[in-house]
Design a protein around this ligand. Sequence first.
Ligand SMILES: Cc1cc2nc3c(=O)[nH]c(=O)nc-3n(C[C@H](O)[C@H](O)[C@H](O)COP(=O)(O)OP(=O)(O)OC[C@H]3O[C@@H](n4cnc5c(N)ncnc54)[C@H](O)[C@@H]3O)c2cc1C
Length: 432
Amino acid sequence: MAERFDVVVVGAGPAGLSAGLVLARGGANVLILERGEYPGSKNVMGGVLYNHQLDELLPGAWREAPIERTVIEQNYWLMTRNSAVAFGYRNEDWAGDPPNCFTVLRAKFDQWFAKKVEEAGATLITRTTVVDLLQDDSGRVIGVRAGRPEGEVYADIVILAEGVNNLLTQKAGLHNDWKMNEAALAVKEVIELPREKIEDRFGLEPGQGATIEMLGDPSAGMLGMGFLYTNKESLSLGVGVLVKHLVYSGMNPNDLLERLKQHPRVRPLIEGGRVIEYSAKLIPEGGYKAIARLFKDGVMVVGDAAGLTNAIHREGSNLAMTSGRIAGEVALEALAEGDPTSRVLRRYQQRLEETYVLKDLRKYNQANEFFDANPQFLRDYPELLSRMMREFFTVDATPKWDKQAKILRMVRRERPLWRIAYDLFQMWRAIG
Ligand SMILES: Cc1cc2nc3c(=O)[nH]c(=O)nc-3n(C[C@H](O)[C@H](O)[C@H](O)COP(=O)(O)OP(=O)(O)OC[C@H]3O[C@@H](n4cnc5c(N)ncnc54)[C@H](O)[C@@H]3O)c2cc1C
């Protein structure tokens, strides 16, 4: 292993690869260290990747990238044990060029992305875990120690793109471990199904994809959600719940996933499928207040390692790419100015503040606290909505005026109207 690079990037996920690409293109001598057998081998993601951020790095590359399906339909289901109130949006334009987003399997996508980064001139070494940071007496990061003989690598700048298990970020003193209300634990299965079956069941043309986010019953009313995404010849089905709620309820996310697979709305969609992959992982969900300190002398933190995800909008990979790109740009400036200290590296945070990444995290800063303090949104309201819809759609001899009055009485019995209006107003204030 060479012992000195301009920049060492730890982790070859979307954040680390984006940083590596920018640096290699900018002429920096960059080393990316990845603990997995290959990039993507250790990654877990529901699977929706957004084109905008990929296109900023590799214009038009989605056409050759190993994508599964172009998403043309996005749905939300509010679910009870036996029902689902569904709303969604479908637009065939999304099948055009450029698409809005597509599903990916990270084992394939990350390998492809890594190849692009290597072609740009970065050095990627896999099966190598970074076990420590090298810091000088002032606390400035000057390199990393990989878990192999003679594993010390020196660098002007280290970029930590290690994902949610951010042990090195913690060692650098930039973050404490996630608190129970700052992360969700998600489990996911990839279920193999013939492509024609997927297209028939979801009403899709070849190459088109659909997503479903499922609220209420999938998380047993706790703060979390289920998801179901279409791949070429498989479905990605999962459920994630705030760690705090899992601990207090004593529930196991795997049991929730098994329950979800038996839901009458989900079961027919996965019927006959074969589970070919199972994975579990944390998702940082603490909002702006839970993010890591993003830099100090000689080091920057990007992507999940820094807590940059937007759970409300199911966004993480795009925030990872944007933060990696900006960290890469700032590192190039620091190298050019011969100053890898905070004086230059603070530009990373300043620029990130101007983007959707930190603006959105600020916007949803209180989301977890709000839904934690107001469990009725995921517990009671899906039930109430289901009963309202059932009454509305049930045709009997009741005249429609009476039916409306009946629905209103039912709602009032459950929750005064002023209380519902207040809840909605509070929600709008918290996340609107
Ligand atoms: C179940 C689930 C569903 C999700 N669904 C979506 C979705 O649909 N859309 C979306 O945009 N986001 C989604 N996300 C979030 C998304 O996966 C992350 O935000 C994104 O992967 C973050 O990228 P990253 O590069 O920061 O980290 P990661 O992708 O986690 O990559 C980190 C890399 O660092 C490596 N690494 C870690 N430690 C070391 C070390 N010490 N030495 C060397 N290598 C190391 C790991 O092996 C890994 O390859 C989901 C997450 C989960 C868990």
